[in-house]
Design a protein around this ligand. Structure first.
Ligand SMILES: [Zn+2]
Length: 84
């Protein structure tokens, strides 16, 4: 049937040469996910080096990566996590 052949052609068209991914949408997602993650990591390190809180943009307390406000919050999170 002509229609079935057309359908198979379309299905082939959606796939990619890259066997790692079932389709080009997933491949796009994976590639961009890696790039976004890298950007986020580099920003974290930039802030750390400059002495800026990684959660907001206030100066950090010496020796830690958070400002006073976020340090307090972090203490709260840790306490909660231990109690569970
Ligand atoms: Zn902060």
């Amino acid at each position: 049937m002509v229609f079935e052949k057309l359908l198979q052609k379309l299905k082939k068209g959606i796939g990619t040469d890259d066997p790692q991914y079932p389709n080009r949408f997933l491949r796009f997602y994976h590639h961009n996910q890696g790039r976004l993650l890298k950007e986020r990591k580099s920003l974290y390190h930039q802030k750390k080096e400059k002495g800026i809180c990684v959660r907001c943009n206030k100066p950090v307390i010496e020796g830690i990566i958070f400002c006073e406000y976020h340090q307090q919050k972090q203490v709260g999170y840790n306490k909660e996590a231990r109690e569970k």
